[in-house]
Design a binder for this molecule. Structure first.
Ligand SMILES: *Cc1c(COP(=O)(O)O)cnc(C)c1O
Length: 403
């Protein structure tokens, strides 16, 4: 049977694929150190679990309103006021099955065939494919270490045309950890004021920020942009709740209503008990975040230093999130790498290097090509200190064989 043509445009999530491969090797008894995972390695805090257990016991096990229970919408409205100094009405927020689903729904609502969505690279693996699934065209702006992986207004302007429907800002970023300052957001916002383009700010890593920096989104920089900005967020990263599948967004009431219509004809509603857990996550004790942040800060220092100590690897210091995205271009240029090109699987240099590291060093990293940058690889430091130390040692040994 012939399947839908749109499938040919997309590929499975590279991060999920690397994690699955590392897990299957582990199941076969191979001792693999996984730097692939895109989720915190902490357990969901007990009060959040207890709220879900209570919801179950109380029989909160039926369909809910498509866009989420009013209690969760109220919590989200309060959260935006408390954490972001943004005011929304209940009708301007909606709950989805994870932040990924918020972006998916939004693309279904915004895009006509051929509409362009500007995505700065290195980007989160899912943005381009979700745009393609909605018949849109991803327009990638390449950035590198020279601008700290951030776009400037000049770069953005060059990519805007009549077909531009939306622009995505993900700060702090997956995979680079780079975060825009208030001034940088102001400069981008001043440009965007002149266009009828939807600004999508994916704030999922807002609470994982280092080096004493403060998180801002583009609405903090330019409040007048509110009517054209959609703010996406969720509980997955902040509360270590990736499996619960609760994301949310805020913005224009008409768009929110259409998102809820799409949702009503697809998943009906996010899981009822997960929504009650999310109410507790957002409204309950927030001290878990600081504990997580302390561990991440320590591991970040360790991994940045460890990677920079390896010949041929250059690693910047991320502002936020729990990834590093070291540059490995110098490794591609060394003599020993010819052997990797000839003998290891992959359709790009970063894939071949990743295959080599998996087979030779038993270390799983994600090829940068999946994020739109073949000169880099991504390592998540949401893993134990012990694994980081052992993993760095293995990477160093494997790379030293090449030079
Ligand atoms: C993890 C992540 C999300 C959302 O994840 P969900 O588990 O679907 O809530 C959104 N954007 C980025 C950049 C992410 O890394």
């Amino acid at each position: 049977m012939e399947l839908a043509h749109r499938l040919k445009k997309i590929k499975p999530s590279a991060t999920l694929a690397v994690t699955a491969l590392a897990n299957s090797l582990k199941a076969q008894g191979v001792d693999v150190i996984g730097f692939g995972s895109g989720e915190p390695d902490f357990d969901t805090p007990q009060p959040i679990k207890d709220a879900a257990i209570k919801a179950l016991a109380d029989g909160k096990t039926k369909y809910t309103p498509s866009g989420g229970i009013p209690e969760l919408k109220k919590a989200i409205v309060q959260k935006f006021k408390r954490d972001n100094n943004l005011e929304y009405k209940l009708s301007e927020v909606t709950v989805n099955c994870g932040g990924k689903h918020s972006f998916y729904n939004l693309m279904q609502v915004l895009l006509n065939s051929g509409d362009e969505v500007i995505i700065p690279a290195p980007y989160w693996v899912s943005y381009p494919d979700i745009v393609l699934l909605a018949d849109g065209t991803p327009v990638v702006i390449h950035t590198d270490e020279l601008t700290n992986f951030k776009i400037t207004p000049e770069m953005l302007k060059k990519h805007i045309n009549k077909k531009t429907k939306a622009v995505v800002i993900n700060s702090p970023s997956n995979p680079t950890g780079s975060m825009y300052t208030l001034d940088e957001l102001k400069a981008l916002g001043e440009l965007l004021k002149n266009y009828d383009i939807c600004i999508i700010t994916d704030d999922i890593y807002e609470s994982i920020v280092y080096n004493g920096n403060k998180f801002y989104n583009i609405l903090n920089a330019i409040p007048e942009l509110k009517s054209k900005t959609m703010v996406l967020n969720g509980v997955s990263k902040t509360y270590s709740m990736t499996g619960w599948r609760i994301g949310y967004m805020a913005g224009d009431e008409t768009i929110i209503k259409q998102v809820e219509m799409v949702q009503s004809q697809s998943v009906s509603n996010p899981t009822s008990i997960a929504q009650w857990a999310a109410v507790e996550a957002i409204m309950g004790d927030q001290s878990f975040i600081n504990e997580m942040l302390q561990a991440f800060t320590r591991r970040k220092e360790m991994i940045v230093k460890g990677l920079n100590d390896i010949n041929g690897v250059e690693c910047h210091n991320p502002d936020g999130a729990f990834y590093v995205f070291p540059n490995v271009k110098k490794i591609y240029q060394c003599n020993g790498f010819k052997h990797i090109i000839d003998n290891y699987k992959g359709d790009s240099l970063s894939s071949k290097l990743s295959s080599y590291l998996l087979e030779e060093a038993r270390v799983a990293v994600v090829p940068g090509v999946a994020f739109g940058s073949d000169n880099n690889v991504r390592l998540s430091f949401a893993t134990s200190d012990k694994s980081i130390i052992e993993g760095l040692k293995r990477i160093q040994e494997a790379i030293e064989k090449l030079v």
